[in-house]
Design a binder for this molecule. Structure first.
Ligand code: PLP
Length: 403
């Protein structure tokens, strides 16, 4: 009976969790007991603090003058002509530090300050979230510790150098596959050991409640701006389609957020198929995943029959994650969002094509969103918005091997 009520509640509002942090059957907070005080503090305070006028003012000023918002909504003429429709690019690549991630880190640092936390920890895979976190910590004079898989530290040297230059301490995670999920485990361990003075900034819409909701709200500025910009440009706030790539799902959550209840807007998420869905080297969670618990919440994840998390693969480090946030797991299950996928090869081709067609070099993650354009049939007067989540400077070493 109780469960049914929750389900019904969530059918009416797919963008927000119930008070226990569930989106339908997904979400919640599955954490070690030692973390209860920290997570409960966040659960109790995040809405109140972020709802205060002084918080909103400070956040919007930093988003404007430090991050560079609003980001443009760019009408991509040559791409539009090619697909015989109207394509608009939401230019998150023009944010300070080169991607949407800073929207969330600014918000969470302001929240940490109000919680009286002077020490910030974060996990990072490609280093984009680590750089965004180190950047805002430098701005506010906070101690910053970033956990990163030892293998990723080797692969992402420029971002490691950036974090260090910004004053952060980068700690290698030496366990397991020495990649993102191991760095996340190290960050959780550190939080357990420093419960009083430390805030853990999670970089996507994953983790225990309230993180998925909190991060989605901070990223929802993306769709808020799209509505205003599209209204001005076309007289209608709603696009026909919104397309975004999905790792944990934060840029997609931000780009979809204010359209989730607008049923006429088609929402399309693109996962990394890696070498192909059946290759065993993939990160297409909704296609291969089953329900389980990863990093503090119940969601879809890729795992073996006995519950071992499967090693994911994607050419883009930001999509190389074996799970997906609970918001997206529910949107997938309810059929509100269409989940497609693109292989490494398709993403590479899409990146080179966008560079030559529109003069924009996208991040490899972002390129996945462009790779599905060829598989969708658009009408002449459709208005298609693609979330251009980040720029490709960080991926030049990969792109260079294909030139
Ligand atoms: C980190 C990253 C992603 C993937 O993360 P989400 O939380 O799914 O958005 C996508 N694009 C870029 C540019 C990134 O840096």
């Amino acid at each position: 009976m109780y469960k049914k009520l929750i389900m019904k509640n969530n059918k009416n509002n797919l963008s927000r969790p119930d008070k226990h942090g569930y989106y339908g059957e997904f979400g919640g907070a599955y954490i070690p007991e030692m973390l209860f005080p920290n997570v409960e503090e966040l659960q109790k305070k995040y809405k109140k603090i972020t709802g205060e006028n002084s918080f909103k003012k400070e956040l919007s000023l930093l988003l404007k003058d430090f991050a560079g918002r609003p980001t443009p909504l760019f009408h991509a003429e040559r791409l539009s002509k090619e697909f015989n429709t109207n394509i608009y690019l939401k230019r998150e690549d023009l944010c300070h530090t080169g991607a949407h991630k800073i929207n969330n880190t600014i918000g969470q640092v302001l929240l940490a300050e109000r919680l009286g936390k002077k020490r910030i920890i974060a996990e990072t895979g490609a280093g984009q979230h680590g750089v965004a976190t180190a950047t805002v910590c430098a701005l506010r004079g906070l101690e910053c510790i970033v956990f990163m898989g030892a293998k990723d530290i080797e692969r992402q040297a420029p971002n490691v150098a950036r974090m260090k230059m910004l004053g952060a301490t980068v700690i290698p995670a030496l366990s397991g596959s020495q990649t993102l999920k191991d760095a996340t485990n190290e960050a959780i361990r550190d939080w357990i050991n420093h419960p009083h003075n430390t805030h853990y900034i999670i970089g996507s819409v994953v983790g225990p409640h309230p993180y998925p909701d909190m991060v989605a709200r901070f990223q929802s500025i993306i769709s808020k701006e799209i509505r205003q910009q599209l209204l001005k440009e076309t007289g209608d706030r709603c696009p026909s389609h919104v397309i975004a790539c999905v790792g944990g799902g934060s840029n997609a959550a931000g780009a979809f957020y204010h359209f989730i209840e607008e049923k006429k807007v088609k929402l399309i998420a693109v996962e990394a198929a890696g070498m192909g869905l059946t290759s065993g080297k993939t990160a297409a969670t909704t296609q291969l995943g089953t329900t389980g618990i990863l990093h503090g919440s119940k969601s879809l994840l890729m795992q073996t029959a006995d519950g071992q998390v499967t090693e994911p693969h994607s050419i883009s480090a930001g999509l190389d994650y074996p799970g997906i946030g609970p918001l997206h797991a529910n949107l997938f299950k309810q059929g509100r969002v269409l989940f497609k996928n693109a292989t490494d090869e398709e993403a590479l081709q899409a990146a080179f094509h966008l560079a030559k067609t529109e003069g924009i070099i996208p991040a490899l993650e972002t390129a996945h969103a462009f790779a599905v354009l060829k598989d969708i049939s658009f009408k002449k007067n459709d208005r298609v918005v693609i979330c251009l989540s980040g720029r490709g400077d960080k991926d030049l070493a990969t792109y260079m091997t294909y030139l």
